[in-house]
Design a protein. Sequence first.
Length: 434
Amino acid sequence: MISWLLPGFLNLLKMFVADTYAHSVSHTNASPTRRAESAFNNLDRWYNVSTGTWDSTGWWNNANIITMVGNLARADPENDQLQLRARVIFALAFRRAPATNPQLIAPIIGNGSFALFKGTNYPVGNDRYSDAHTHEPHTLFPLDWHAITNRHLPNNPNDLPLAASSNPEPWLNGYYDDNLWWSLAWISAYDLTQQKHYLHLAQNIFLAMTNIWPTHCHSGGIYWSWERNYVNAITNELFFSTAAHLANRAHKKSEREYFFAWAERALEWFDRSGMINAQGTINDGLTEECVNNNGTVWSYNQGVILGGLVEMHRATAQTATGETYLSRATRIAHAALRQLSDADGVLHDPCEPNCGADGTQFKGVFMRGLQELQKVAPDEVFRDAIRRSAESVWWHNREDGVFSVNWAGPFIYPANASTHSSAMEALVADLAVG
Ligand SMILES: *[C@@H]1O[C@H](CO)[C@@H](O)[C@H](O)[C@H]1NC(C)=O
Ligand SMILES: *[C@@H]1O[C@H](CO)[C@@H](O)[C@H](O)[C@H]1NC(C)=O
Ligand SMILES: *[C@@H]1O[C@H](CO)[C@@H](O)[C@H](O)[C@H]1NC(C)=O
Ligand SMILES: *[C@@H]1O[C@H](CO)[C@@H](O)[C@H](O)[C@H]1NC(C)=O
């Protein structure tokens, strides 16, 4: 166990920060490794030890920062200090981050008789209340809700664990995409550490989300939120990608088949949903009548699916000619780069510079997906796009060691943990693909 070591770790971290990163890299033509390490060090400005998360940004953004930290640590295996810091960050978030879940679904009173996540009767009546002191909203749900999550298990393997330490409850809220971002975060932590409690948490969060399926659209999919009034791309891409990731990490055949079946079902539904447009990019979601709403083509909606398709490729070792998972991913990535890059090849979202609390995170998510694709299906266009964004972030969008929202620059004040961590994904991608 790591817990008794934590105070010591944190002191060590301070020393490492002082020793390892004391020299400024800001005015040198630093290597991709040094750039990413320096940026990681500066991310500490927002790190809050008491919550295990980064101040100045939101709940789902923090899940993405955790994912990015895992990717960085895998791309920079020689740096022992960084390896240690990543592990401490995971351990602290695992214990403390749920306190910052803004819309906690917690079994605080928990003797309601309605079915969690089933929707029609959620949330109604007195299932929600506001904390008398903090005014935070809380939601009640039945204590035996785990039983519900086994509803879809084909062979009902009792071995999908719900260890107390990997209890998904504190990680869930009524925005289903948030929950799945956290599942991917714990997969990233598992990939680095091979610690099973991270994988189990990721599995359990996903299992909870299977209860949202299906929507009123095309006999499948999951809703964006408990309000069940929007079927959007991001939530369904995350559902697909998480299932595909979990299939490749399952230890038992029955589990692998279970998660793979969900991934196939979710992808097949996504294809039928019409969210992919004639240009080959993905719009925001569906209308009430279940057709493509022509909503904004956000970068992250072009990115999450790439990671999922790469995992499907791994799961199947697909070699067939014709339309493979990788060729589909390649097509989407090309279409996205055509639509979202500027004349210098730097990635943008249409919201810049006023991207609010969410839009600041999007481009990093795309870079992460592109990096995953580039590793298995190298393409000069992708390599060039990663390099151009990383170079631009470093040279044109950096002030006092941190990055702001517009990767082409100039720096826009203020940066925060979202703008900085998102831009870091370009540096991490540049490092990871060599
Ligand atoms: C860390 O987060 C807590 C809880 O939100 C907050 O009260 C505290 O001020 C933060 N600490 C710092 C150093 O900002
Ligand atoms: C628990 O359920 C009972 C019966 O429905 C109800 O009377 C009681 O108020 C509930 N308790 C809480 C704390 O919600
Ligand atoms: C979306 O755009 C296409 C092509 O212009 C158009 O045919 C379709 O009706 C639009 N859909 C909506 C919901 O506006
Ligand atoms: C982070 O910074 C961006 C860009 O300045 C801003 O749009 C966003 O609202 C900030 N996020 C938060 C949570 O304040």
